[in-house]
Write a protein that binds this ligand. Structure first.
Ligand code: K1U
Ligand code: ZN
Length: 184
């Protein structure tokens, strides 16, 4: 098991379209296991393979407090959505520090395969329905900030790019200090 780095918006790789999974093997189980470790460490309630730069149709969700109710969806498809819509504050591990309202269908039916390849249907409402729709968007290359205004999106992009530059500067400084210590 390993914690994988999570891509951060506005990384263009977050906009790649995920490909269907055709082989249900140990490599898939290992990927699910790495994703679960990454999700629980973050922590978050959902993760799409696209967020760890694996562009395949795989999402995992665990909305339980105890982090012991992992749901795995391979090649998920939303087959029904309710007419009724709800606005809910969403967050994203690829857009740290940003929470904002998104309006989506209140209930959905999803069809997917489990990690063994078995087909199942699930009807969801509340936070689970929101999370399923959010994660499926990731597989289509959509990040939730794309539902916000252009102004908000630009502010988020500018802030995250600034934070990334500062982080890189800080890492460079640490490397330079370590090198200096080695030469003393
Ligand atoms: O897709 C992601 O980046 C994960 C995202 C899922 C999500 C959250 C809220 C609404 C829709 C989709 C997150 O998990 S953000 C972090 C979060 O919500 C959380 C973190 C710690 C404890 C509980 C929730
Ligand atoms: Zn997300």
């Amino acid at each position: 098991m390993a914690i994988r780095p999570i891509l951060r918006y506005p990384d263009q790789r977050l906009h790649q379209i995920a490909k269907p999974i055709t082989v249900f093997d140990t490599a898939l189980k290992e990927l699910v296991s790495d994703m679960a470790e990454t999700l629980y460490a973050a922590p978050g309630i959902g993760l799409a393979a696209s967020q760890i730069d694996q562009h395949v149709q795989l999402i995992i969700i665990d909305i339980s407090k105890a982090q012991n109710e992992l749901l795995v969806f391979v090649n998920p498809e939303i087959v029904w959505t309710s007419e009724e819509k709800t606005t809910c504050d969403e967050g994203c591990l690829s857009v740290p520090g940003v929470y904002d309202g998104v309006t989506r269908p209140s209930r959905v039916k999803v069809r997917a395969h489990d990690v063994e390849g078995k087909l199942f249907d699930l009807e969801a409402q509340g936070l689970l329905a929101v999370c399923i729709q959010h994660e499926l968007d990731h597989l289509k290359g959509i990040v939730f900030v794309e539902y916000l205004s252009q102004l908000k999106r630009n502010r988020i992009k500018t802030r995250l790019l600034k934070e990334e530059r500062e982080q890189q500067k800080h890492e460079k400084k640490l490397v330079a200090q370590a090198m200096k210590r080695r030469t003393l």
